[in-house]
Design a binder for this molecule. Structure first.
Ligand SMILES: Cc1cc2nc3c(=O)[nH]c(=O)nc-3n(C[C@H](O)[C@H](O)[C@H](O)COP(=O)(O)OP(=O)(O)OC[C@H]3O[C@@H](n4cnc5c(N)ncnc54)[C@H](O)[C@@H]3O)c2cc1C
Length: 414
């Protein structure tokens, strides 16, 4: 794969940028693979990348029914943080955050990681106590977060309305090394890296059936023909239940649409991410100047990828009381993604009841931040049969009552 550099840019200028090599190959599906990953979102692509890079497993295919990153990976509000409560979460989210710091250099592809800091506002006494608890837990886990008082919140975010018409700001949980990245570039970077190591990235290839015999999985049926494999990893976020049904087992997940919107571009007004859980809204500002605003999840199960006026109104109302300065902004576009929610708001990574089929799902409203860590751990699990970071996230925890409760960390969609 040709390297991107200032010299490559100059060289390609001579041919009017007509001869750039494609970022990843688009081969025809082969008859058989050692591992098939279903889902060309960030988690599926990262799994394939680390399978090849860390474990030398290269006869791998990623099957994507649409285009890379066309699912939630290209629809999220790009927040990256690791200030979760429980130890298993701390390990996987902090591994991911750390890997994000050097991904652009590793890929030779700019994912625009911006460690601009994330401030989670505490607007009730209860919320303040919950964040104080998280800050203590993070200290024990070696994750740098701190509780800050209202004056420091105002210093970090000058446009914040500290007094609030309904809920005053009582403090905040601040993670200075958290931030954002360009979401579709993360998918493209992993695809480019995986393709370079021999992984087949196959778009427009929908899995329509899963074949199995008495010993386990034998292959998949797709819109581009049948493909054999003895190792299958389902990584399809909101469609996990659909794929599980094809394979013949049930999952403890629900699918709902989660929405987001962006405003018209304006001059820089905010240089970090702010999340206001009590009123339910969060925002950051993109490099183009648009305010990137996270909305809520629909209150009923569905598979729509659309926005709705009800959520625009609720979210904008919450943000206008938190940041009155934005009250006259016009909104440019809104959209939705189908998120897969578990009861304890933690993901499922592990084997399934069907031998040879593994699953990575349940990231719900907050899996973008986890992509590098999740791919790293899932690849290790597939290559070695188990992984210490993925281990606690097996779905048997729901039967055993061993929840990894992250409802405070995920109280606002992000
Ligand atoms: C509006 C919104 C805002 C969000 N904000 C944040 C945030 O700020 N921070 C954060 O950390 N997380 C956020 N998230 C969550 C995050 O986007 C997801 O957890 C993450 O992107 C999931 O990645 P994935 O690779 O598992 O799934 P996806 O990116 O959805 O990829 C799954 C892929 O599987 C494909 N697929 C489905 N069925 C089949 C089939 N039968 N055959 C082949 N392919 C199939 C789909 O086309 C899709 O491309 C947000 C989500 C949304 C919707």
């Amino acid at each position: 794969m040709a390297r991107y550099s200032v010299f490559a840019l100059a060289r390609n200028a001579l041919s009017h940028h007509q001869d750039w090599q494609r970022a990843w190959a688009s081969p025809e599906p082969k008859a058989e693979y050692d591992v098939i990953v279903i889902g060309g979102g960030g988690h599926g692509l990262a799994t394939a990348y680390y399978l090849a890079k860390n474990h030398g497993v290269r006869k791998v295919a990623v099957l994507e029914k649409g285009w890379l990153g066309g699912g939630n990976t290209g629809r999220n509000t790009t927040i990256i943080r690791s200030n979760y409560l429980r130890d298993p979460s701390a390990k996987i989210y902090e591994l991911a955050r750390g890997l994000y710091e050097t991904l652009s250099q590793e890929f030779n592809f700019n994912i625009m990681f911006s460690p601009r800091g994330v401030l989670m506002l505490a607007q009730t006494e209860h919320e303040k106590r919950a964040y104080e608890r998280t800050a203590h837990a993070n200290r024990a886990q070696g994750i740098e977060t701190e509780m800050v008082d209202p004056a420091r919140c105002a210093e970090i975010v000058p446009i914040l309305n500290i007094d609030g018409p309904r809920y005053p700001v009582l403090g905040g949980l601040w993670q200075a090394r958290a931030g954002t990245a360009r979401h579709d570039a993360v998918a493209w970077g992993y695809a480019r890296g995986a393709s370079e190591m021999g992984v087949d990235i196959i778009q427009n290839c929908e899995v329509t059936g899963i074949d199995r015999d008495a010993d386990g999985v034998t292959g998949v049926r797709t819109t581009r023909g049948a493909i054999r494999t003895k190792k299958l990893c389902i990584v399809v976020a909101g469609h996990s239940g659909v794929l599980a049904e094809m394979a013949g087992f049930r999952l403890p997940v629900e699918s709902v649409a989660l929405q987001a919107l962006v405003s018209e571009p304006i001059k820089p007004v905010i240089d970090c991410v702010v999340m206001a859980n009590t009123v339910h809204g969060y925002l950051s500002q993109s490099d183009k100047g648009e305010l990137v605003i996270g909305g809520g999840a629909d209150g009923f199960n569905n598979y729509t990828q659309r926005g709705s006026f009800q959520h625009v109104e609720e979210t904008v109302r919450a943000l206008v009381e938190t940041f009155p300065v934005i009250s006259r902004l016009r909104m440019l576009r809104q959209w939705g993604g189908i998120v897969d929610m578990t009861g304890d708001r933690s993901p499922i990574i592990g084997p399934t009841p069907v031998p040879g089929i593994w699953i990575n799902c349940g990231w719900g409203t907050g899996g973008f931040k986890a992509i590098p860590g999740s791919g790293w751990a899932t690849a290790s699990m597939l290559a070695n049969g188990a992984d210490p970071i993925a281990g606690p996230f097996g779905m048997e925890r729901f039967r055993e009552g061993r929840m990894i409760d992250e409802s405070v960390a995920a109280a606002v969609a992000h």
